[in-house]
Ligand binder design. Structure first.
Ligand code: NAD
Length: 510
């Protein structure tokens, strides 16, 4: 399955010759094999390497015929998989996790080539995917119902049953991790899945599906179809699809919900954020600065939960700003395949331009650029066509500015000053979104008091952007519905059946 990397790929800083993936293979995967979309009129989509700007592979978006085939394969696998015991499913999943671990480097490198993030972060993403599969494999054998004693020896019991064919639709910022975070709980519950990655980053989801097949999963258990909105709509509206789990933007999330509502299908929505990070005057400033950097610059700032509205108490503002700017200027930008790089390339040229235009808009609206915010051209000629920018810290921000209101999804931190806890809370909660929030303080009572009042699904005290797979993750307000990770995700990928058992005679009124 893993073949030599396509020769068209940029020779990377490391040797990619062993354990790499053939990116010339079709990127669709169903019924245990890779497939080309077979429509005559089909136009191939180009996939870019953000680090260099060159096209490194192409794919054909799936139409109705391909979506039908993938759903049919998933239906067939569901027949076998849902009848297996949790322990039997766990065995296959643990083997898939082992295979992910054994191909960690190849998958991480492929993710870097397709997404532009640093190899250091890509390895952590692969680890998170593997841990998620292991976690839900561990839960698969524990799924159980309840027994309820009724009068006269009669009783009832509940069964936790799978939903059927689930659809996963992913964003481009964590391509492999999102595919794993969606499929692992779904499969643990006995469902099968058809996953559609973002057309911007289509490559690694197919690798995950292949690894499940290699691990002994029934053919069609995890399938991958490629395409954009049209393919996604076909999946959401497909009559044989029981549930849609989506990660992406708020506008698309609304459309997904509307389409799913036509079939009264449950949805999980992991949407955007504009999260606040509150740094109080009694914080450990060194840690608060590190937290603010983690809250803004991971994955070139393309993280849904980023704490991009950094509220700093006025008493520590000068010290905080000095330190945050110093550290931001020291971030090494460049070839994401190099071990020393901490910031790679943004995902695409249009996205880079959009992020840079947010910086221009911020300047026009009166924010001060404390550092960064410019397009960056690496000295290495191979990287000149890549989509780089210098990480940006904006000062003198106010709540009305576009940079403070809208999700930028790039390495742009907006720093705001506050004077009181009450004021900070009011301003932090003044958003239609509510994915995450953070608090830095040494006062344990303040930390919990503030967190209780923050309207966000994932809150951090004295840290930021930590996502262990055993902890639920998801948003309040327009940031989403449902949760991923943790035990609770089981409830979003299964349904409860109640069974009444009469041990006596029927006491009929008629
Ligand atoms: P997007 O909404 O443009 O696309 C996401 C996915 O939806 C893609 O696979 C796309 O092809 C598909 N899609 C688009 N239109 C569709 C339609 N009409 N029907 C079905 N599918 C459709 O988002 P993006 O630009 O890929 O990702 C960035 C966004 O994702 C940001 O807003 C970010 O905050 C959010 N995000 C959220 C989380 C989270 O866990 N909350 C995680 C990562 C990203």
């Amino acid at each position: 399955m893993f073949r030599r990397l396509a020769p068209s790929l940029r020779p990377a800083a490391r040797c990619l010759s062993s354990g790499s993936v053939d990116v010339t293979a079709p990127l669709n995967f169903w019924a245990g094999k890779r497939w080309k979309a077979s429509r005559d009129e089909c136009v191939k989509e180009s996939v870019y390497e953000p680090a260099t700007g060159r096209v490194f592979c192409r794919f054909e978006p799936c139409g109705a015929a391909e979506v039908d085939q993938a759903v049919e394969a998933a239906k067939s696998a569901f027949g076998h998989w849902s009848k297996m015991s949790g322990m039997e499913r766990a065995k296959v999943m643990m083997e898939a996790a082992r295979l992910v671990e054994s191909r960690r480097e190849a998958i991480a490198e492929l993710e870097v080539v397709n997404n532009g993030k640093s190899i250091t972060e890509a390895r952590l993403d692969v680890d998170s995917a593997r841990l998620c599969i292991e976690y839900y494999a561990g839960l698969a054998g524990t799924l159980a119902g309840q027994h309820v004693q009724l009068s006269g020896g009669s009783f009832a019991y509940t069964r936790r049953e799978p939903l059927g064919v689930c659809v996963g639709i992913g964003a481009w910022n964590y391509p492999f991790q999102i595919a794993a975070w969606k499929s692992a709980p779904a499969l643990a519950c006995g469902n099968s899945m058809v996953f559609k990655p973002s057309p911007v980053t289509p490559v690694t989801a197919a690798v995950l599906a292949e690894l499940y097949a290699e691990a002994g999963a029934p053919e069609g258990l995890l399938n991958v179809v490629q395409g954009g909105p049209d393919t996604g709509s076909l999946l959401c509206r497909h009559p044989d699809v029981a549930k849609v789990s989506f990660t992406g933007s708020v506008p698309t999330g609304k459309k997904i919900m509307a389409m799913a509502s036509e079939g009264v299908k449950p949805v999980t929505l992991e949407l955007g954020g504009k999260s606040p990070l509150l740094i109080f005057e009694d914080s450990d400033v060194e840690n608060a600065v590190k937290g603010a950097l983690m809250a803004n610059f991971l994955s070139q700032g393309q993280v849904c939960s980023n704490g991009t509205r950094v509220f700093v108490h006025k008493d520590i503002l000068p010290r905080f700003v000095e330190e945050v700017v110093k550290r931001t200027l020291a971030i090494k930008i460049g070839d994401p395949l190099l071990e020393t790089t901490r910031m790679g390339a943004l995902v695409s040229r249009p996205h880079l331009e959009k992020v840079l235009s947010f910086v221009d808009q911020a300047k026009k609206e009166g924010a001060t650029v404390l550092c960064g915010g410019d397009a960056f051209v690496p000295s290495d000629p191979k990287l000149r066509g890549g989509y780089y920018m210098t990480p940006c810290v904006l000062g003198d921000c106010t709540d009305e500015m576009t940079c403070v209101k809208e999700e930028i999804f790039g390495p742009v931190m907006s720093v705001l000053s506050f004077e009181s806890e009450e004021e900070a809370l009011r301003r932090a909660n003044d958003s239609a979104l509510g994915l995450a929030a953070g608090v830095f303080t040494r006062d344990v009572r303040r930390a919990h008091r503030v967190v209780e009042r923050l309207k966000a699904g994932s809150c951090f005290i004295n840290n930021y952007n930590i996502t262990p797979v055993e902890v639920p993750f998801g948003g309040f307000k327009m940031s989403g519905i449902g949760r991923e990770n943790g035990r609770v995700a089981i409830e979003f990928y299964s349904q409860m059946k109640t069974v009444f058992v009469e041990m006596g005679d029927v006491d009929s009124l008629f």
